[in-house]
Ligand binder design. Structure first.
Ligand code: ADP
Ligand code: MG
Length: 647
């Protein structure tokens, strides 16, 4: 491997960005007990492969899931983690923390408005540490510390269940997690007293969990609908390679939305039946909403077994004179499914887009595996079956698949399994900024890694002695619509006219998904001082937003791009024409000279406008009148050169 996790930098270019892929490095020498952990937004699990057979490790009451919810005390420590804390969720917004995974490796501005609205506890930007923090009382807690407490609880669970010390783990993350998010996850593990041997992609783990490995070739879709997020991945297993063909998803779609849809219907029904909700103060309303939401989740789960169920308000709410029938809302499974249909539509849309990216039809798949607690809903299973045209695989508990796969991977790392080679794709295109704020894509999204791409660029400005390399990630045509990953300067170029320098930019992504960027002056070939200022990694909410917006803006983008390109071309031509006039204007008649000047004015005006067509038209008109001058100039130059040779 040429690049290894930021240790060896062949070009001395310190940009190392993990692009959201995972691939095994060499297995560690030491053998021992390593667990697999699914650190989920909603629920977390720990699993272990005993004699090669992965199993989820249970808590004291036989439970498999540990809700990723913490009740924080005044010292910033968790008073309780899991089911007990979950029961307080919503009603105690200040000190009951959940969905902390959404904050991992993020700054406050990375977190979308939508995501922020769903988080009732207080968030602050900690400039010093470049991360968002949670304010509980007068304490600031980092998402890393909070996640570490969940991991510690899982470690303890594992140690109790196995009766042995557990000090190493494989932790899963969404495929689109970037370097900052993966690093944060690793850091959380370390704080919890776990050496994190690998952060591993959830869909890949799920596939392993379902028993897919390279020994069993095929193409599978992993449909993961959890509590707050939806991910779909298309994987291909072939000749010792597990390749991620495409990923898509929605970071704001999950079981929570199913609960919210039921809760809203209940709230409206209570309201319509005359229950006086408006006289409640803000704190009471919050309590009531939290209670209805919790009841809605229970009702949702009950609807798996029964066709009609009820959401009842607790006796505390009867004080306002409500009678028992007013405090109860009845809903059928059919009615609930109607409420959920638009949510599942969104997930199916993402499946369509992932398949399109992978250039596959549903019939090309050999299996569809279900992951995430929300795929326990028969309605979701039916819609998945309708779309993919096949019964989804139901051989596992869908909410355990990821943890089981992580345990399989842990087992491999422990040296108990043969080597596995995994190939991933990069989730977003990578390129650099070129003149006029356009993006030159070097590596298109969904490229299989490892990969390498290079291109040669030239200088646009007069006497340019430094070259700005701005690395961007995203699907849009203009830099301003994409995500900035890093910037650096290639300095010490000799001052030269536009178009003189030849700067070769190379992007290389290794098997671990680490990006290296090199800029080299091909003329001098000499070493250049390079400054790098890595920006923060990519925000997962933004990732999907960017993908979505690229789809919606393709046409406008293409036009904006065309305009930028036309302007750049026009400016180059204008400069060249001016230079030619200056040097060789005397070679043409006064009439021709006036004509050329007029066309130059037209072109300058066109550049000011917003129509690429007008620029192209002015360009070709200028070209027509300058052609003769150009010929004269060439002949003249040749004449001069011959004279010079003779002399
Ligand atoms: P995450 O991956 O986000 O941590 P999970 O995969 O554990 O989450 O999924 C949690 C979601 O699954 C919750 O919204 C929960 O209500 C839902 N869920 C769990 N069991 C069921 C069930 N039997 N029927 C419907 N939804 C369920
Ligand atoms: Mg999950």
């Amino acid at each position: 491997m040429i690049f290894g996790g930021g240790r060896f930098k062949p070009w001395g270019v310190p940009i190392q960005i993990d692009l959201g892929s995972s691939s095994p490095r060499k297995a560690p020498e030491a053998k021992g007990l390593i667990v697999g952990i699914d650190l989920g937004t909603t629920n977390s699990l720990v699993a272990y492969a005993r004699d090669g057979r992965p199993e989820v490790l249970k808590g004291e009451n036989g439970e498999t899931l540990l809700p990723s919810v913490l009740e924080i005390d005044a010292s910033g420590k968790a008073r309780q983690i899991g089911q007990g804390a979950k029961a307080l969720r919503g009603s105690r917004p200040e000190d009951v923390l959940f969905s902390v995974k959404r904050l991992m490796g993020r700054t406050l501005k990375d977190i979308s408005e939508d995501a922020r609205r769903q988080i009732p506890y207080e968030l602050v930007d900690d400039v010093a540490s470049h991360q968002v923090k949670v304010k509980v009382g007068d304490r600031l807690l980092s998402p890393i510390e909070i996640s570490a407490q969940i991991l510690r609880a899982l470690k303890e669970r594992a140690e109790k269940a196995l009766g042995q010390k557990v000090d190493r783990a494989v932790i899963t993350v969404p495929a689109y997690f970037d370097d900052a998010q993966r690093t944060a996850t690793k850091a959380a593990g370390r704080i919890a007293g776990l050496e994190v041997l690998r952060v591993f992609n959830e869909p890949t783990a799920a596939a392993l969990g379902y028993g897919w490995s390279f020994e069993k070739p095929g193409t599978i879709a992993v449909f993961d609908l959890g509590g707050g997020t939806f991910d779909v991945s298309i994987l291909r297993l072939e000749a010792a390679v597990l390749e991620v063909l495409a990923t898509s998803g929605d970071t704001q779609l999950g079981g929570d939305d199913f609960d919210a849809a039921l809760a809203e219907a209940a709230w409206n029904a209570f309201h319509a039946s005359g229950l006086d909700l408006d006289t409640l103060d803000a704190a009471q309303q919050r309590h009531l909403r939290a209670e209805i939401l919790a009841a809605a989740e229970e009702a949702k789960i009950r609807l798996g077994d029964v066709t009609t169920t009820e959401i009842r308000l607790g006796p505390a709410w009867f004080a306002g004179g409500a009678s028992a029938d007013k405090a109860s809302f009845t809903i059928t499974r059919e009615a609930a499914e109607k409420l959920w249909a638009p949510l599942v539509d969104r997930a199916i849309e993402r499946c369509r887009s992932a398949l399109a990216d992978a250039k596959l039809a549903p019939a090309d798949l050999d299996d569809v595996v279900l992951v995430g607690g929300s795929t326990r809903l028969a309605y979701v299973q039916r819609r998945v079956e309708d779309f993919f045209g096949r019964k989804p695989n139901r051989t596992l508990h869908p909410d355990e698949a990821v943890a089981l796969g992580a345990a399989v991977q842990a087992d491999t790392l422990a040296g108990n399994d043969s080597n596995r080679l995994l190939l991933d794709v990069i989730p977003l295109s990578l390129g650099i900024e070129t003149v006029g704020g356009a993006v030159a894509k070097l590596i298109p999204r969904n490229s299989t890694i490892p990969t390498e791409a290079r291109d040669v660029y030239t200088n646009h400005a007069e006497k340019q002695t430094a070259f700005d390399i701005h690395v961007v990630q995203g699907e849009r045509e203009l830099v301003k619509d994409n995500r900035s990953l890093a910037r650096f300067k290639l300095r010490g170029l000799e001052p030269a006219p536009p178009g003189f320098h030849r700067i070769e930019v190379t992007f290389r992504i290794d098997a671990s998904g680490i990006l290296g960027v090199r800029a080299k002056d091909l003329r001098s070939g000499k070493a250049h001082e390079i400054e790098v200022r890595p920006s923060f990694g990519l925000n997962d909410d933004e990732l999907f937003a960017m993908l979505e917006s690229a789809e919606g803006h393709a046409e406008a983008d293409a036009r904006a791009r065309e305009l930028v390109d036309a302007r750049v071309e026009a400016e180059t031509v204008i400069r060249a024409a001016e230079k030619t006039l200056e040097m060789s204007g005397h070679l043409v008649t006064a009439h021709d000279l006036a004509e050329i000047r007029a066309r130059l004015v037209d072109l300058r005006n066109a550049v000011q406008g917003a129509s690429p067509e007008a620029i192209h038209k002015a360009l070709s008109e200028l070209d027509a009148v300058t052609r003769e001058l150009a010929e004269l100039q060439v002949n003249n130059a040749l004449g001069q050169a011959m004279k010079g040779q003779k002399a």
